[in-house]
Every structure is written in C-alpha cells, then in structure tokens.
Design a protein around this ligand. Structure first.
Ligand code: HEC
Length: 229
C-alpha cells in the first residue's frame, strides 16, 4: 500500500513539475550555445516594427502586384475599370481550343446573344422570349463590334446590368476562349482583324515566343502583359 502511494506521489509530482514548466512564460531550452538562434532577433510577422515607415512588420504587396494565377493587380475595385478595359488575352488559341470556345459560347452565351451573335437567342426571340432585356448584338452592334476584349472580359466577370456574371461558370482560360470566338466572328463582320490565332503568327520569331509562353505558362504571360500597363 505504501509503495503504491509512493509511486502515485512520484508520478503526480513529476506531472505537476512538467506542467509548471511548460506553462511558464518562456520555454527554457537549457544551456544556450547560440542565443541569437534560440531567441530570434528577426521581427515576427504581424508584429509592430520600429524600422518600417508604417510601423508594421508584414508589408502589403506593392501597388500593381499580381497574385499568382490572377489576371489583374491586387487592390483593384469593381469601379476601377481602366485596367480591365486595357486587358489583353494572355492566350493564343489553336483550332481545337477555338472549337471549344464556340461550344462554351453556345452553352453559356448563345441562349441570349444567339448562335449567330446577333443578340437574338432563344431566351429573347425578338422580345417574345422570357428574357425581357435585349442582349447585346455582338455581331452587328456598332458599340460592340470594336469593343475592347478587356471590356468584354469585364462584362463576363462582373456582368452588365441585367446580364449576370459568368465568373463562376467559366474559368479564366474558358472566358478568353469564348471571347476569342466572339472576336473571330466580329473580325469577319467588319471588326478588327482576329489576332488570337496561335497558328497565324507562327512565322515571326516574336510571335513564336509569345505563343510558347502562352502555352507553357499562361499565368506568367498574364503577369508580364499587365505589368507593361
Ligand atoms: C441571360 C441572358 C444573357 C446571357 C446568358 C449572356 N448575356 Fe451578355 N448581355 C445580356 C444583355 C441583356 C446585355 C446588355 C446589357 C446592357 O447593356 O444593359 C449583355 C451584354 C453583353 C456584352 C456587352 C457588355 C458591355 O459592356 O456593354 C458582352 C460583351 C456580353 N454580353 C458577353 C456575353 C458573354 C461572353 C456571355 C457568355 C459567357 C454572355 N454575354 C451571356 C444578356 C446575356
């Protein structure tokens, strides 16, 4: 009996000592060989800092920083449209990718804008359809024929009046694929020449590089495309 009590006492006091130790303000590392390695002299993230101008250790990314996988700089608001309007496609598309763009257009846009892009899809039907607002006539409408692809991209991401956002249905590449298809149709109807054809520019060295970069690292291409702005 005595022995058992003694063991319990021993284990108990050991636990007590251990908990007191770890509950202390600072973990005691014992003998310290290199104190500046044990107790870092660097300022920790999210702490105050006497050195930086704004007094914070973690600094915000510099204006114009583009997060990996994003098309535009951070700190833009929806109202800050100029960067969007100037945006260019980071991609050039092959024949197969253009076909996919057409398919996506017919699924997501054609119901309103029409399979001929004339703004008269089955949901509108010259005003007889269930959707009351006239969709943009992307093929023949003077305002749309030479609308910048960046402005169109903005409409796809944020919507435009009664047209909703398609940002959740189409990923970044798919949005540009759809818009490339629209631009291609527009170029055949009086719009600016179509330039997102991966095969077309393959004769010049610069076009080749652009094509390779776009195919291999679309995100990186986006970065440099926007960084120029
Ligand atoms: C539910 C119907 C509907 C669908 C689906 C739809 N749109 Fe629209 N879209 C509209 C309407 C309506 C307008 C005219 C908005 C206005 O100017 O008030 C419009 C306008 C636009 C414009 C002109 C934007 C501007 O700044 O004036 C573009 C570009 C466009 N749509 C592209 C697309 C693309 C690409 C898709 C598919 C991803 C799509 N739309 C799907 C109804 C639709």
């Amino acid at each position: 009996m005595n022995k058992r009590f003694f063991v319990t006492f021993l284990v108990g006091s050991a636990m007590l000592a251990a908990s007191c130790n770890s509950g202390g303000i600072r973990r005691n590392p014992g003998k310290i060989y290199a104190p500046d390695m044990t107790y870092s002299r660097a300022y920790d993230a999210y702490t105050e800092n006497p050195v930086t101008a704004n007094g914070l250790t973690s600094q915000e990314p510099v204006p114009g920083t583009i997060a990996r996988g994003h098309a535009l700089p951070l700190h833009l608001t929806a109202a800050d449209t100029s960067a969007y309007y100037a945006l260019q496609s980071p991609y050039k598309f092959t024949e197969a990718e253009m076909t996919e763009g057409t398919r996506l257009y017919n699924i997501y846009c054609g119901i309103c804008h029409g399979d001929k892009l004339d703004g008269n899809g089955p949901l509108y039907k010259d005003g007889a359809g269930p959707f009351a607002a006239a969709p943009a006539n992307l093929k023949g409408g003077a305002a749309y024929l030479n609308m910048t692809i960046g402005k169109m991209y903005y409409a796809v991401v944020y919507g435009k009046n009664v047209m909703g956002s398609y940002a959740s249905q189409l990923n970044v590449k798919q949005r540009w694929q759809v818009l490339a298809y629209i631009k291609k149709v527009q170029s055949k109807n009086g719009g600016a020449p179509f330039t997102l054809d991966a095969e077309a520019g393959a004769t010049t060295a610069t076009a080749n590089t652009a094509k390779d970069t776009a195919a291999a690292k679309p995100a990186m291409k986006t970065d440099s495309a926007v960084a120029k702005k």
